[in-house]
Structure formats: C-alpha cells, structure tokens
Design a protein around this ligand. Structure first.
Ligand code: ATP
Ligand code: MG
Length: 160
C-alpha cells in the first residue's frame, strides 16, 4: 500500500522547482493516515501530468492545490477522491469533452507557448482506468480548472 501523505510530499517536491519559477504556490491537503493500493510509478505519472498542466496553464503568482478525501460508498467499499485545482486560464466549454483525446490541445497559441504534444491527459485517463478509477474535469474560463479523480482504496489481485 502507498502512504498518500508521503507520496504527495515527494511528488510536490519534484514539481516545486518549476512552480517556484512561476511563483505559483503548490500545496496538498491529504489525511495523514490514508493509504491506497496501486502502482506507485503509475500514480506518480498521473499526478505529475496533472500538476505540470496545472502549473503550465496558470499565470505567475497563481495557486495549485491537491486535495484528497476518503469516501465510504454505500456498498461498503471505500475510495479516495482527489481534486487537482488551479487558478489558471481555464478551458473553454466547447473543448472540455475532447481534452482527454490523444493529441488534442486547446488552441494553437497555447500550443506554441507551451510546446507539449497533447498526450498527457490521454495517458492520465488510461492510467486512471487501469486503477479502476474515473476522472472528470470542471473549468471556468479565466478562473481555473479542477480535475476530479476517484480511485478505489483497495483492490485484490489486480495488475495495473
Ligand atoms: P503534453 O503531452 O506535454 O502533456 P499538453 O499539456 O498540451 O501536452 P495534455 O496534458 O493532454 O497535453 O492537455 C491537453 C490540453 O488541455 C492542453 O494543451 C491544454 O490546452 C488543456 N489543459 C490541460 N490541463 C489544463 C489546465 N489545468 N488548465 C488549462 N488548460 C489545460
Ligand atoms: Mg500536459
């Protein structure tokens, strides 16, 4: 099992240099006693992608925050709901349904200034589904974006 609080300390430390360069405050709020079952490298890839997007598409001086909450489901199983929230440029409503597609990027001006490939979120979605999770996005143009992930807490005999 992965200790989420320790995991996010390390993920945030990796991202802190690029956040500092943009004077973006980067923080995580994770319950101290929370553990999750999964492939640590893949979970790291998920959050590094979401956080690098959040930092990339947020202007200098903004905020990026990860929140993790333990959720008890009606059937007795448990999951963790993660929110990766930024105060960035946001995503136009018309683009939201397509951002998890391979190579999809919101506009050419953004693409030129940030130079990615448009693969990040398609990989994130794939890795979330390997963990039997779901991911969704909410965004307000000019205000910010939140990615919501729900991952089951425990899984037996799973290969990720
Ligand atoms: P890379 O392959 O390097 O990740 P990318 O960042 O362009 O390239 P994705 O991570 O798949 O590709 O994101 C797709 C598009 O969605 C981005 O080009 C960007 O326009 C938009 N996007 C993703 N995350 C955010 C965010 N947090 N705020 C605003 N726009 C975002
Ligand atoms: Mg990206």
């Amino acid at each position: 099992p992965i200790h989420l609080s320790t995991f996010f300390d390390s993920v945030l430390e990796t991202m802190s240099k690029v956040a500092e360069k943009k004077k973006i405050s980067l923080s995580a709020e994770v319950p101290e006693e929370l553990f999750i079952e999964g492939d640590e490298d893949k979970l790291r890839q998920i959050f590094m992608n979401l956080l690098s997007n959040a930092i990339n598409y947020t202007h200098d001086g903004g905020n990026v925050r990860v929140i993790a909450v333990n959720k008890q489901k009606e059937d007795g199983s448990e999951s963790v709901v993660f929110t990766v929230r930024d105060t960035g440029m946001g995503i136009p409503r018309k683009d939201l349904p397509r951002i998890f597609e391979r190579f999809y990027r919101v506009d050419k001006a953004r693409s030129r200034s940030s130079g990615g490939t448009g693969l990040g979120l398609s990989i994130v979605k794939h890795l979330v589904e390997l963990h039997r999770g779901v991911i969704s996005v909410e965004s307000n143009l000019g205000i910010g974006t939140s990615f919501l992930l729900e991952l089951p807490l425990l899984q037996e005999d799973e290969e990720y």
